[in-house]
Every structure is written in C-alpha cells, then in structure tokens.
Unconditional design. Structure first.
Length: 138
C-alpha cells in the first residue's frame, strides 16, 4: 500500500472566502501514484473548512449570507471567546461547514458525483493557512 502526504497553503486576503482546490488535490493524486484508495483533505486550522459542493458563484454567495445569519461576526461582544480574539463566529462557521472530506480514488481519479468539487472555506483569513492532503491505497 502506498501513502502520500502533502500540505497545501492558502492566503485568502479577506476575512472570508471560498477557494476551489480540486486541481491541487488532483495534482497530489497524480504525484501519489495511487490508482485505488482514499483521499483525505482536511483543514489544519480551526477557523477554516474543507467541503464538497458545486462550483457555482450564486451558491457561494448563498453560503456567505446563510453562515452570517447563523453566526454573525458583529457585534463581536456577543461571544465570550471574543474577549481574547474577534473570531468566534469563524469557529462556529467552520463547525457547520466541516473539517474534512474523504473521496474515493478509482482508476487514478477522484471518484466524484456530478458537479462535485473540493473547496477550502476561509472564515478568519488574512494570513497563511494549510490544508492536509493524505492519500492511501495501491
């Protein structure tokens, strides 16, 4: 069995944003040489997310609005965590959007359903953060 590990680094210049990372993950898969197995992709920061969905701008705008309703950034005084920082909402948004995805690898390709893509979700940006790609299989 083969094992491959790679860190991908991202710097989202705004507080929040979504980045389609499917091409980078596909590059990792090609480098791994794995033809049959599993690919784990997870955010290595507690205020960021990795998720699978459609790469459609309207959907991403809907996420932005929906997440802000669920866990509004302001007023920052509404959160106890913000006595230390101003990112409590980012922790909550990450909890909703998830930490990681696992995708089957079949015949050397990510085994997606229709329209599925992998995204990095940033909820407290403006600094470098990393995503782990771990691929195992034959």
């Amino acid at each position: 069995m083969k094992s491959y590990r790679q860190e991908l680094w991202f710097h989202v210049p705004h507080r929040r944003g979504f980045v389609n990372i499917t091409p980078q993950v596909e590059q990792c898969l090609a480098e791994s040489g794995v033809r049959e197995g599993l690919c784990l992709v997870n955010a290595m920061h507690i205020t960021a997310s990795v998720f699978i969905n459609d790469d459609e701008p309207g959907l991403h705008q809907d996420y932005e609005v929906w997440l802000e309703k669920l866990a509004p950034h302001e007023p920052v005084s509404q959160y106890r965590h913000n006595s230390y920082e101003d990112n409590a909402d980012a922790h909550m948004k990450r909890q909703v959007m998830g930490r990681e995805v696992v995708v089957a690898v079949t015949e050397g390709k990510l085994d997606f359903g229709p329209w599925e893509q992998i995204f990095y979700g940033e909820f407290d940006g403006r600094r470098k953060k990393r995503v782990l790609v771990k691929i195992i299989g034959d």
